[in-house]
Design a protein around this ligand. Sequence first.
Ligand SMILES: [Zn+2]
Length: 324
Amino acid sequence: MHPILFLAAVASSATAPAPQEAAARPLQVFKMQLGGFTVTAFGDGVFELPTDQLLVDPRPGEVAGLLSRQHQPVVQPTSVNAYLVDTGHRRILIDSGGGSYFGPALGQFPQALKAAGYKPEDIDEVLITHVHADHIGGLAAQGVRTFPNAVVRLAAVEQAFWLDRANAQKVDASVRATFDAVEGSLRPYLAAGKVQGFAPGATLAPGITAVALPGHTIGHTGYRITSRGKTLLVWGDVMHVATVQRIDPAITIKFDSDQMQARTTRVAILGEAARDHALVAGAHLAFPGIGRFGKVGGSWTWTPIASSASKAVAPALAAGAVAK
Ligand SMILES: [Zn+2]
């Protein structure tokens, strides 16, 4: 890989008539080369995650202890990231941010996309890791498709489960609004015949394979992107609070539809990623959320790819120039 590309931190007011509440915040755009593909990470924003209310300790008090020993606050600022794979022929988005579902905390993705030099019409496909609102909320606004030329693809079981409101009693109250998000964000694509379900492990395009990672939701899916021998696993919501879950991956979150399965999936994919020294991208790992896990005993280390490159760059770079 020829890494380093850039982290663009540009005042959003410099690029677009931004919503007032977002005007003062920097846009988050990070580009890297993966073989012949260009991968761009977009920050949609940051939400506050109250670990004492949402994380589930296998050993009561463990989360509080892990946070306090690392001098970390109980309420964890949590990134929401989306990724774009530009193969040179097709532009394939993975997740779409939260749109307007989370108020001013999220919803910066459209401006970040523009800052990276792409238009919504450029997107050929959107691959969805799962249908929670922070992943599909950006697909549509007021019932209108944001990406008019895109086909939305997701695991067939995910689509079937969340389109059936009879399943509402099977999930935690904290994620029940997902059924509304599906109506608002996925329905416009369904109505246009632009949704395709796929089976676990499906090959979706040359170099892009679905990886079933069930537990967080029934059809939660990662995407393995491979070009010229370089690989990136975009794993969605395998991990929400890396500060504690990489130390004890048995810690789950109420958002997980199936706590036991989410735990099993996390341990398995972490082991695989560490063994392969694989590059991982996570929707809720600190922006850009790309790096590598290493295994030490029963815990994992995390090395962000951008740790040495996290600096603001000139707005001109954010318009799509690639730093060499
Ligand atoms: Zn999420």
